[in-house]
Design a protein around this ligand. Structure first.
Ligand SMILES: [Mg+2]
Length: 237
């Protein structure tokens, strides 16, 4: 049967911190849900952008990342500055990006969700090209940034300048708002700084890593996870 989404049962870590409200009763059907999957560190086992910068980047990217994590700059500025620290060699960048494995339960999770009638969208605020390439086989929309390889330029086809912050490369709130307007329940699965604003909007949040710590510190209810297999199990499969 299609899984029913468990809504905010909280997490041991968060409950211990007193940050999470008790779970409301009930849930909602996956057939009425839109599920948004972050890419770096969520669909992949590590952050591909960080891997590229560690392997190929010039000095200085960690300081840029720290400014971004601290909220001093938005992701668009962060990505543009970091893109300038990488060689704009498509073949080399694609090869190094492919070194980061996909979560082994990605295909199973997405297959289950689609079979249950859920909408699935990948939302990725990274360098874009690798998320598009490595999610192509899933047959779901991938909202991310893009590289014009001829010009060696990073572009932002999914930025939302109408948003109050207007500082992200790919706005992860915009598709969640769209789904809510269509009456869908929304689920965000993510791990990092670029997922924070989406986590504030989504009806259900699965979080790991830095996003889980941020949710716990800011009283944002979430389900903790480490692998997509755990998300798959939590959604009833
Ligand atoms: Mg991520």
């Amino acid at each position: 049967m299609p899984g029913r989404l468990p809504v905010f049962p909280g997490s041991p870590e968060a409950d211990a911190a007193g940050a999470i409200e008790p779970a409301p009763s009930g849930g909602f059907e996956l057939a009425a849900a839109s599920v948004f999957l972050d890419f770096d560190g969520t669909i992949t086992t590590g952050d591909v952008g960080v891997h590229l910068l560690e392997r190929l980047g010039a000095d200085g990217w960690r300081a840029i990342d720290a400014e971004y994590d601290a909220g001093e700059i938005g992701s668009r500025v962060c990505l543009l500055e970091e893109w300038d620290l990488l060689p704009h060699d498509q073949e080399r960048l694609r090869a190094v990006a492919a070194e980061v494995p996909l979560d082994p339960d990605l295909d199973g999770l997405v297959g289950d969700l689609l079979a249950a009638g859920a909408e699935v969208t990948v939302v990725s605020d990274g360098f874009g090209f690798y998320a598009t390439e490595r999610c192509a086989h899933l047959g779901v929309p991938v909202m991310t940034n893009a590289v014009d390889w001829e010009l060696g330029r990073l572009e932002f086809p999914h930025e939302d300048r109408c948003c109050a912050c207007s500082s992200c490369g790919t706005c992860k709130q915009a598709p969640i708002k769209d789904a809510r307007r269509r009456g869908r329940a929304t689920v965000m699965v993510g791990d990092g700084t670029s997922d924070r604003r989406a986590a504030l909007l989504a009806d259900v949040v699965f979080a790991k890593g830095a996003l889980a710590r941020w949710c716990a510190a800011n009283a944002v209810p979430f389900h903790p996870f480490e692998t997509l297999g755990e998300v798959r199990a939590a959604l009833g499969r």
